[in-house]
Structures are given as structure tokens and as C-alpha cells.
Design a binder for this molecule. Structure first.
Ligand SMILES: NC(=O)c1ccc[n+]([C@@H]2O[C@H](COP(=O)([O-])OP(=O)(O)OC[C@H]3O[C@@H](n4cnc5c(N)ncnc54)[C@H](OP(=O)(O)O)[C@@H]3O)[C@@H](O)[C@H]2O)c1
Length: 278
């Protein structure tokens, strides 16, 4: 089944499901990504720090798809937030992937103690003007960080990619993004395959709909209005994870899944207010 598209706040069309590529490197990475594109995923998530931009570019070139039909993303690491370094890093990202442009480029983490994310944002704005990037976005930004981008540059991100899964549903952050016309994208949407996948509440819902727990979770993201980024190495799981458009969760299902939320539900306690990644 075809993955439908939505439109970002800057006009770029974007599929409602993205393929995650963290830990997909080298030849197995290229093969896995080609298999995902063949399965129907048209958006690939990546990052300078995943060290797989080369694999992403190779998968794109070997996929047989026209470049303009795909949405390819990478991310600026925290160690290169200074304006000139950020521009050079984006250029390096392009050379690594051997692509002429990225559809999306994110600031990977705000790193508020370092305090250079507005400078990094100005570099993304400049890179967009130069044609390196179609759409500029952020990951792991809190309201106070996005408010500063708006105050100091007048430009809002198209997407805020945040940790989001049933144990950590991020209700407030989702509401903030929605209010500002920013799409919420969910990283580790399956909780990185932790005990969520054997959670009895989810198993019961899955049984009722004759779907797998992973499909129920991904459908939950979709019904919340978020774009999940599941990573799966095998074609079988890639197909399974995209088969979420032929059923719907009921209001009760959604309520029961909401009851799984935990205040400390983050996988690794990475709170962007204090956590920094370089
Ligand atoms: N912006 C950020 O700071 C940030 C942080 C983390 C991640 N991300 C992005 O988000 C993507 C997804 O997050 P993630 O990789 O951490 O976790 P995830 O997608 O929640 O989980 C991936 C794990 O789930 C397994 N899996 C996938 N489909 C399955 C299925 N149908 N049934 C059972 N197990 C299944 C995978 O195994 P196999 O691969 O062996 O099938 C893998 O172990 C990343 O790849 C990356 O692109 C962004």
C-alpha cells in the first residue's frame, strides 16, 4: 500500500512514514535501505553522526527512483554549531552522500549549555538559500529553544523530531509543535524494540485488530498526527511496519495506549534541557 503524503509548513510534500537508518552502515546498510525504498518508503532519515551518509547516497543512486521522488535527511552535529563550521559540515554531508541537495537538514540537538543553536540555525537558513537544503528542521528542541529561533530569525522549523513512543508520548511538546504549524516526527517510535513490544495492553489491541504490536504502535503515532521513523533491517519487518493504513484504532484503544505513559519514560533519560550531544 502506498504511503500517503502530507505538506510541511514550507510547502514541501513529505510522506507520513519515514525510514530510520541509525546503525545501518556499509554494504548491509545500503542493501537494507534499498530494500526499504523498494518496500515503498520514500523518506530516509540519517545524520552526520550516524556515519552512513555514504550508504544513504549509494542506496538513493541504486534505487532506480528519480531523486525528486525521495526525501533524504541528515543532521548537524553539536560540535559544529558555529556558523562557518555548520556550512562546511553541510557541504561535507553532501559530498559524503554524493548528493546535490538534502530535502531536510536538522540541528541534531540544541545543546543549550553550549548555547550556539541560533548560530547553527542561521547557517541552515543560509544553506537553504544556497540550494543545499530544501527544508530546515530541528530535533529534540523544547519550546524555549524554538521560541528563540523565532525571536532571533523569524524562521520556524518545518519539523521537530523528538523521542516519542507509548511510554513517552510527549503530549505538551506535540501540542506546542501543532500550535506553531511544526510537524512532530517520532524517533525510536517502537521504543527501540524494548518491552513495549510485549506489553499486554498493546498485545490485546493487536490481537483484536489482527495486527502486530509494532503495527499498532506505528498506527498510534499516525493517529496522533506524528510521523514515525521505524528502523528495521529486514524487508519483512519493513513491509510489516508500513502496513498500517488498512485499519484504525478506536478512541478506547487510543485511551488505553495513553495510559502507558510514564513520567520517566525516556529510553536513556536524554532530556534536551540538560543533555548535550556532540
Ligand atoms: N534525532 C535523534 O536524536 C534520534 C535519536 C534516535 C533515533 N533517531 C532516528 O529514529 C530512527 C528510529 O529509532 P531507533 O532506531 O532508535 O528505534 P526504533 O525504530 O524504535 O526501533 C528499532 C528496533 O526495532 C526493531 N524492529 C523494527 N520493526 C520491528 C517489528 N516490526 N517487530 C519487531 N521488532 C522490530 C529493529 O530491529 P531490526 O532492525 O533488527 O529489524 C530495531 O532493533 C533511527 O533509526 C534514527 O533514524 C533519531
Amino acid at each position: 500500500m502506498h504511503i500517503p503524503d502530507l505538506t510541511l509548513n514550507d510547502g514541501l510534500s513529505f510522506p507520513v512514514l519515514t525510514f530510520g537508518t541509525y546503525k545501518m552502515n556499509g554494504k548491509p546498510g545500503v542493501d537494507g535501505m534499498k530494500s526499504a525504498i523498494e518496500a515503498g518508503y520514500h523518506a530516509l532519515d540519517s545524520a552526520f553522526n550516524y556515519e552512513n551518509e555514504g550508504a544513504v547516497g549509494k542506496a538513493v543512486r541504486e534505487s532506480g527512483h528519480k531523486r525528486e521522488h525521495l526525501r533524504i535527511a541528515s543532521k548537524l552535529p553539536g560540535r559544529h554549531h558555529k556558523f562557518d563550521e555548520a556550512i562546511l559540515t553541510i557541504e561535507e554531508s553532501l559530498y559524503r552522500a554524493q548528493l546535490d541537495y538534502y530535502d531536510l537538514y536538522y540541528i541534531h540537538w540544541p545543546n543549550p549549555k553550549q548555547g550556539l543553536y541560533v548560530e547553527a540555525w542561521k547557517a541552515l537558513i543560509e544553506a537553504k538559500k544556497r540550494g543545499y537544503i530544501k527544508s530546515i528542521a530541528v530535533c529534540n528542541f523544547l519550546p524555549e529553544h524554538i521560541d528563540r529561533l523565532k525571536e532571533e530569525t523569524g524562521v520556524l522549523p518545518s519539523i521537530n523530531q523528538i523521542e516519542l513512543h507509548p511510554y513517552f508520548p510527549q503530549e505538551d511538546m506535540r501540542a506546542y509543535n501543532k500550535k506553531h504549524g511544526i510537524l512532530t516526527q517520532s524517533w525510536s517510535p517502537l521504543g527501540r524494540a524494548n518491552d513495549l513490544l510485549t506489553n499486554p495492553v498493546l498485545e490485546k489491541i493487536a490481537e483484536h485488530h489482527k495486527k502486530s504490536v509494532a503495527q499498532v504502535i506505528l498506527r498510534w503515532h499516525h493517529q496522533l498526527g506524528c510521523v514515525p521513523i521505524p528502523k528495521a533491517a529486514s524487508h519483512k519487518r519493513q513491509m510489516e511496519n508500513k502496513s498500517i493504513f488498512d485499519f484504525a484504532l478506536t478512541e478506547d484503544d487510543m485511551k488505553n495506549i495513553a495510559s502507558l505513559a510514564r513520567p520517566d519514560g525516556r529510553l536513556k533519560g536524554q532530556d534536551p534541557a540538560v543533555y548535550e550531544e556532540f
